[in-house]
Design a binder for this molecule. Sequence first.
Ligand code: NAP
Length: 263
Amino acid sequence: MHVLILGGTTEGRVLAGLLAGAVRVTSSLAGRVAAPRLPAGEVRIGGFGGAEGLAVWVRQHGVDAVIDATHPFAERISFNAARAAATAHVPLLALRRPGWVPVEGDDWHEVGSLAEAAAALDGLGERVFLTTGRMGLAAFADRPEWFLVRSVDAPDVPVPARSEVLLERGPFTLDGERELLARHRIDVLVTKDSGGAATAPKLTAAREAGVPVVVVRRPPVPEGVPTAPTPETAAAWALARAEEAAAPPPPRAPRATDAPAGL
Ligand code: NAP
């Protein structure tokens, strides 16, 4: 049994740890982060060359099941995974951590894209904490506000004219986020609905400080792809596929043409 995990997330790394040892596991990383935390099992890095390239890789490496454990906003690779799995006739599961939900006291402004998030800043404040990742910074390049841009690696696209870049990787603490909002006198927070605990404290800190939050909604999971909310449930799915693969084929029902026993 060979499971391909499309990774780049904490959950993908945890899943690889759960499966390694029980089945053959290969984690695939896009190669965006300079020094990624490597998962257990085999690792490959870099794109496949679209859905066709992924289907070829799956066939050539004897992959029996694919788990798309990419970030909820990594839309293209999830779409490619759905197409490739259908082409290569292998089962596919999407591991998606649940999204965040607003609670009492939150002042959320939900939008459908980074462009809409940039437009939603009108009137919300002068000092923005931008946590949507360096890849989508172009959407904010022409905004007049001051930005605190937090990302794992240094942005390689133009940042807003008035900004400071903070290079940090989660998990983040509530105390740290409270201190950051206060020190930079943040008026508004912008985030994707990434879900998960590692980056959630900023939402609590914003609520406590009465800071409005512009939240970019998630793209949908490709149609027909089943989802699991945790690495544990995704691992159970993969192990069930392994059991199916190992089970002997069901006994064949006798046919009229079968010779009688003893002849
Ligand atoms: P994307 O737009 O969905 O994918 C763009 C291309 O990158 C894909 O077509 C594929 O290239 C390659 N790719 C993406 N994920 C890959 C993987 N796990 N293994 C091999 N190739 C991969 O993805 P993205 O938003 O740029 O994100 C890239 C990676 O960063 C993802 O793995 C994701 O889990 C992680 N990440 C993304 C975000 C985010 O906010 N988007 C946040 C944290 C982590 P080919 O077509 O050549 O195969």
